[in-house]
Ligand binder design. Structure first.
Ligand SMILES: NC(=O)c1ccc[n+]([C@@H]2O[C@H](COP(=O)([O-])OP(=O)(O)OC[C@H]3O[C@@H](n4cnc5c(N)ncnc54)[C@H](OP(=O)(O)O)[C@@H]3O)[C@@H](O)[C@H]2O)c1
Length: 282
């Protein structure tokens, strides 16, 4: 029986599905009748809180063992994986100088290598099926740098390059890849928004850092609605030909991406620095 018969639901694995955009995306897939296998560190398998078409499994994408266990359980629930959405991420705010190598490593381990681990788990199954959709959460930060978010920005730039390679290599196997590039959205978890330990009162960047954090917080709380993004992700997943870049951002953030490709570096840098000073220190 074909999955298109609607009798057998399609299956999507989603990482980072306990809050924010990952949760909204999981709910949007479930509302369209997909079987969602959702993963996050905070899911409790002893008290699973599952609903129809939504199974929550504990997952830590920084651990290969945890990823393998998630995949094994997901395959017991449904033998195919029609789509993989990688949303798990953490953010460490801090200047380049005050962010430690350990903090950079933590962000890369989760945001970039975590996605890569899950893609590596899904690919053999998708190749065998000769179909599959891989959707990787990047960000506007995957396209331009923002002061005091260097670890996060680096992880999302890595994702952009990786996705381009992945897309070319897997096309012959019927696999399609998409980069989801959100601008600021509401509803993100405080658990995943961290500050570099050395970015304290004694930091030489203190004033600029505090201004930037205030602007980042303001932009997120006034950001777009996660539910709308979730619906757009599902619509793209259900297209015959997925869009490779799915940008979901307010006009000014999309404009910033465009200007980044058009303007000289000094002017871009001036505009962004001025914006993140948020009216202070001018
Ligand atoms: N919100 C925005 O404005 C925005 C903008 C651009 C891009 N994005 C991207 O969109 C995605 C969602 O961001 P968000 O801000 O909406 O969500 P969020 O609330 O920060 O959620 C991040 C998710 O990742 C999970 N997670 C963190 N570390 C993990 C690990 N080691 N293993 C498994 N899961 C892990 C968290 O769950 P647990 O803590 O339970 O593990 C949570 O479900 C991210 O990729 C983010 O970079 C967001």
């Amino acid at each position: 029986m074909q999955k298109e018969d609607k009798k057998i639901p399609k299956t999507v694995w989603i990482t980072g599905a306990s809050s924010g955009l990952g949760l909204a995306t999981a709910e949007a897939f479930r509302n369209r009748g997909w079987l969602v296998v959702a993963g996050a560190r905070s899911f409790n398998e002893e008290a699973p809180n599952n609903e129809e078409n939504m199974v929550r499994l504990k997952l830590d994408v920084t651990s290969e063992e945890s990823c393998n266990r998630f995949v094994q359980k997901a395959l017991e629930l449904s033998p195919t994986v029609d789509a993989l959405v990688c949303g798990a991420a953490v953010l460490v705010l801090g200047s380049c100088e005050m962010t430690s190598v350990e903090e950079y490593r933590r962000v890369m381990e989760t945001n970039f290598l975590g996605a890569l681990r899950m893609v590596s788990c899904a690919l053999p199954h998708m190749r065998e099926q000769k179909s599959g959709r891989i959707m990787l959460f990047s960000s506007i930060n995957g396209l331009l740098g923002i002061p005091f978010q260097s670890a996060y920005t680096a992880s999302k730039h890595a994702m952009e390059g990786y996705a381009e390679c992945l897309s070319m290599e897997t096309k012959p196997y019927g696999i399609q890849v998409c980069l989801i590039e959100p601008g600021d959205h509401r509803g993100g978890s405080d658990r995943t928004r961290l500050h570099a330990a050395r970015e304290d009162e004694s930091s030489p960047y203190k004033d600029a850092y505090e201004s930037a954090c205030a602007v980042i917080h303001r932009d997120e709380t006034g950001g777009l609605l996660p539910e709308k993004l979730g619906q757009k992700v599902v619509r793209n997943a259900e297209k015959r030909r997925m869009k490779f870049r799915l940008r979901v951002a307010k006009f000014d953030q999309s404009l910033a991406v465009l200007l980044h490709t058009l303007l000289p570096e000094w002017l871009n840098s001036w505009i962004l620095r001025d914006y993140y000073r948020g009216g202070k220190n001018k």
